[in-house]
Design a binder for this molecule. Structure first.
Ligand SMILES: Nc1ncnc2c1ncn2[C@@H]1O[C@H](COP(=O)(O)OP(=O)(O)OP(=O)(O)O)[C@@H](O)[C@H]1O
Ligand SMILES: [Mg+2]
Length: 247
């Protein structure tokens, strides 16, 4: 059982406060949808949670399984089971997918000694299930990847690395219908295995498939409303304007 607690978290980037007091608790086997207008701070929250150095926490705390990780290094957070799939995954020319995954895997699971062969097999079987063919294994990370291929690679990382709490930042944008279905079924399966999810999205489509129990709306750096599927349905038809009065 894993539990992530975000307590009155405030964070700034380049001197501008973006998160203005976020409270959120995510446990194993829960799916939380995080919605909100462009620029609300959703991706910033993801970056802050995984410890991106450009984002400075100015107050509040991030607790993972009772351990204060507010100031922990990104590698430490990853080792403890936090994973972020980026909204805009960057390419790393010269670093092969296989090398990248093996390095991350060894960091996350230092006690597991998978042979190179077993590791390749693990990666290959998961590549198939995310719809990336074998030729990708020798390609550089995201280098020349299409938009959808980048998103598929994010899901591949999730499947190979086996984190405990997963933040998916707009995983559903840029995916074709078939890939979206695959991703939804992967999320569903990992959820059944007890992984906790924060799914950042603008769209109903993925939420229809995975039916989150919790829906949160972030506006102007604060979660202004918590609800369930009815809340995302209302946003779909009415947008965010009605929440401005609440915010
Ligand atoms: N490195 C940065 N430098 C300057 N401003 C930044 C930086 N990173 C984020 N911001 C600003 O912080 C605000 C929140 O951005 P963020 O990416 O978190 O929004 P978001 O809710 O994810 O929006 P979207 O739905 O468009 O992805 C934006 O106004 C953005 O311009
Ligand atoms: Mg974003």
């Amino acid at each position: 059982m894993t539990e992530l607690n975000v307590i009155d978290l405030k964070a700034s980037v380049q001197g501008t406060e973006i998160l203005k007091g976020v409270n959120l608790t995510v446990k194993s086997g829960e799916i939380h949808a995080l919605m909100g207008p462009n620029g609300a701070g959703k991706s910033t929250l993801g970056y802050v949670l995984i410890g991106h150095p450009d984002y400075k926490v100015t107050s509040g705390r991030i607790i993972l399984d009772g351990k204060d990780i507010t100031g922990a290094a990104p590698e430490e957070r990853a080792r403890l089971g936090l994973f972020l799939a980026f909204q805009n995954p960057v390419s790393i020319p010269g670093v092969k997918i296989s090398t990248f995954l093996r390095t991350a895997y060894n960091q996350m699971h230092p006690d597991e000694k998978l042979s190179l062969k077993d590791f390749f097999n693990l990666v290959k079987s998961n590549m198939e299930s995310v719809g990336l063919n074998e030729s990708f294994i020798s390609r550089s990370v995201n280098d020349g990847f299409s938009g959808g291929e980048r998103k598929r690679f994010e899901i591949l990382q999730m499947l190979v690395l086996r984190p405990k709490i997963v933040i998916l930042d707009e995983i559903d944008s840029g995916l074709d219908i078939d890939a979206l279905k695959q991703v939804s079924s992967h999320i569903q399966r990992e959820y059944n295995e007890g992984i906790g999810f924060i799914i950042i999205t603008h769209y109903q489509r993925i939420l229809k498939d995975i039916r989150p129990e919790f829906v949160h709306v972030l506006m102007n750096g604060r979660i202004v409303m918590n609800g369930d599927k009815n809340l995302s349905d209302k946003i779909e038809t009415e947008g965010y304007d009605w929440l401005k009065e609440v915010a």
